[in-house]
Design a protein around this ligand. Structure first.
Ligand SMILES: [Zn+2]
Length: 676
């Protein structure tokens, strides 16, 4: 055990010394320690106080937390079958531990007693937030219920996880069972070569003739966008849209109704009117009414544009292909064709202006202009892979703020996508300031001997996005780790990240770094204009679609009783009434494959995509008013949003920064849906 580096004291993770075999014993030992710390709190005979209960709980299990972050971060960025297998063993141990805490009646008694006395004490704002967070964590898990109701809650939770699992398995089975075979290559005109190639490989694998297309996103999307063959698009869309809705073993209608019913029962048991009420209590939006009004406001402006755009698409389809009966399977295709015709903006033209190292430098320059941060590349920190670059971040007084790990290129053990994660939180403990260790992980093309890593514009905004999350963590300045940095409500967490993306569209920022990697020429203004214009292309239709998903989510989860529901499709049609502009296809249903809300964690939260856009557009409008590198605005954003994390209600933080509540018009203007 002594040889186990995870059990020694360390500041930065000692990656080079960690072996897979160290994790299990390290978890076991640190879990035991964490349990002991909980026992000490519970067994304390003194009167429960903020310090001996709330703070003690907040700072318990620190070792376990550090080991978990290293382990799960590696499982995402540099995994292997051994780590994956370990994760299967360790995850249940961790959920058992967290359940044992949340169901510990004696612990809750102490927390409740501190909570009840809160008005008699002189707590700081941050202490009140922590107290409420911990108290609600317990009550939302049933701590205030009698034994019978608690048992019922456990049953519901188990039933819910079983049903959601079955929902997801059905969707997966429907996706996997579907295949569309095309024998003749001439039927595949327009489809990109690499998609055709993988369809051909799949057919070969299955020992079948020709090409096989599936419903996987990387296949589905390009076929819908590019296949000239209308019949092919139709078949694929019908396959996609009827997942979980066919008369077979994988039908999800019952699962949908069950999940909705169980969630409603759970909310009622805990004293809420609806599941959405329960969820939104812990969100910036707070109430169902606020979300409805929010979505309706946006729809009101988006639908007239959407109607016009659809007319334009129909006219275009008629003009080039004599299509008279424009259908759902035509939308993506003619949108793409029209976009090409109007903008002719080829990714390959832009890429040479976005060489990875220059983009990173530019991103750091933007952060330095805004928040006076300095990023120094260092080579004395250990990493888990040779591709990982390490930086130390300093503030304007040259004080060390954070460590930033950056891991940019794909490899076998890394999952898809891009994300920000933490190896160590920022917090203050025993009067000592602990600074955070932050990591950005992406999947950008690796440089070769002859060519550097050139990013698509989409990758540039992705990098700025993740960097925005990182800035939230880097600037954190709080006492308690669970309120630090990006530990904020779900519908607030994307503000710092989406805000950063805005600088990618501004020539004043782009000229800092967008230079041709061979000629050093600055990205021409005409391209910047095109990027902006094309990003708003068919925005009315896109917005309407996005908002309609939010509406469907609420239709299911803001219900206060199940009385009126009979058929899933009827309920869905009702939710989409007045929003869906193309004729309905009877054999398709969105809800039966809507994994975000019936399988993942987005129930009553789908609106938050648009909500976050409203926040970032409104925040950036403030920057634009005063100058995109204005010191005063940047300082307000740093002092109120980036530094304070979850220590204050987000709406209050936002108002401290902006001077007023966010106004959706900023987004509508940016999206070209209203005139300024
Ligand atoms: Zn994000």
């Amino acid at each position: 055990m002594d040889q186990n580096p995870l059990l020694h004291t360390f500041d930065h993770p000692p990656f080079s010394k960690i072996e897979n075999s160290h994790f299990k014993p390290a978890f076991e030992k640190s879990l035991k320690e964490a349990r002991t710390e909980i026992h000490i709190i519970v067994d304390n005979i003194e009167t429960p106080t903020f310090s001996n209960t709330i703070e003690a709980l907040e700072f318990s299990g620190q070792k376990l937390g550090r080991i978990s972050s290293i382990f799960f971060n590696l499982n995402s960025a540099e995994t292997n079958t051994e780590i994956q297998k370990l994760a299967q063993e360790i995850s249940p141990l961790l959920s058992e531990f967290s359940n044992d805490i949340l169901l510990n009646a004696n612990l809750f008694k102490k927390i409740k007693s501190v909570f009840k006395d809160k008005s008699n004490e002189d707590y700081s704002q941050e202490q009140i937030m922590l107290l409420e967070k911990i108290y609600k964590n317990f009550t939302r898990n049933g701590a205030n219920l009698n034994q019978n109701d608690q048992n019922r809650l456990r049953e519901i939770d188990m039933e819910l996880s079983r049903t959601s699992l079955s929902f997801g398995e059905n969707v997966l089975a429907e996706t996997n069972n579907f295949e569309l075979q095309v024998k003749d290559k001439s039927e595949l005109d327009g489809i990109p070569d690499d998609i055709k190639e993988s369809a051909k490989n799949l057919a070969e694998e299955k020992q079948k003739e020709g090409y096989i297309f599936t419903l996987d996103f990387p296949t589905f999307i390009p076929v819908m966008k590019f296949a000239e063959n209308r019949e092919l698009r139709k078949k694929l869309l019908l396959g996609f849209g009827s997942k979980g809705f066919k008369d077979n073993d994988y039908n999800n209608e019952k699962n949908v109704l069950n999940i909705v019913k169980l969630r409603l029962d759970r909310a009622h048991l805990l004293g809420y009117k609806s599941h959405a009420d329960f969820v939104l209590q812990e969100r910036m939006a707070k109430t169902v009414d606020t979300v409805h009004t929010f979505l309706d406001n946006i729809l009101e402006k988006a639908i007239p544009s959407a109607v016009k755009e659809l007319e334009e698409l129909k006219a275009f389809a008629y003009e080039i292909d004599s299509i008279k009966d424009f259908k759902k399977w035509d939308k993506a295709y003619y949108t793409e064709r029209l976009k090409q015709k109007k903008f002719d903006l080829n990714e390959e033209i832009l890429k040479p202006y976005f060489e990875l190292n220059r983009v990173i430098e530019g991103m750091f320059k933007v952060a330095s202009k805004l928040y006076h941060l300095t990023f120094k590349k260092v080579s004395d920190l250990e990493t888990y892979h040779e591709d990982v670059i390490t930086y130390k971040v300093y503030d304007e007084t040259n004080k060390y703020l954070a460590t930033l790990y950056a891991d940019f290129h794909p490899r076998a053990g890394k999952r898809d996508g891009a994300w920000m994660t933490i190896y160590k939180d920022q917090y203050r403990f025993n009067k000592k300031e602990e600074r955070p260790q932050v990591s950005i992980v992406c999947n950008f093309t690796k440089p070769t001997k002859t060519k550097p890593s050139l990013l698509t514009f989409n990758e540039v905004t992705t990098l700025f996005h993740e960097f925005g999350h990182a800035l939230h963590a880097i600037n954190a300045n709080t006492t308690y780790p669970s309120l630090s940095g990006a530990s904020v409500y779900w519908d607030f967490v994307e503000l710092p990240s989406q805000l950063m993306e805005n600088w990618c569209y501004e020539s004043e920022a782009l000229k800092l770094f967008a230079r041709h990697y061979q000629t050093n020429e600055i990205l021409p203004t005409k391209y910047i204009e095109k990027i902006k214009e094309s990003s708003n292309f068919m925005e009315g239709l896109q917005t309407t679609r996005q908002v309609s998903f939010g509406k469907l989510d609420l239709a299911w989860h803001a219900m206060e009783s199940m009385n009126s529901i009979d058929k899933v499709k009827d309920k869905e049609d009702l939710a989409f009434k007045d929003i869906e502009l193309l004729p309905d296809i009877e054999s398709t249903c969105m809800s039966t494959a809507f994994g975000h809300i019936f399988q993942g964690g987005y129930s009553s939260g789908y609106y938050s995509y648009k909500w976050a856009e409203v926040l970032d557009a409104d925040a950036f409008e403030y920057f634009k008013e005063k100058g995109i590198f204005n010191d005063e605005v940047a300082k307000k954003f740093r002092d109120n949003v980036l530094q304070l994390g979850g220590t204050v209600e987000p709406m209050a933080l936002y108002k401290q920064f902006r001077g007023k509540e966010p106004n959706p018009n900023a987004l509508l203007k940016r999206a070209g849906l209203i005139k300024s």
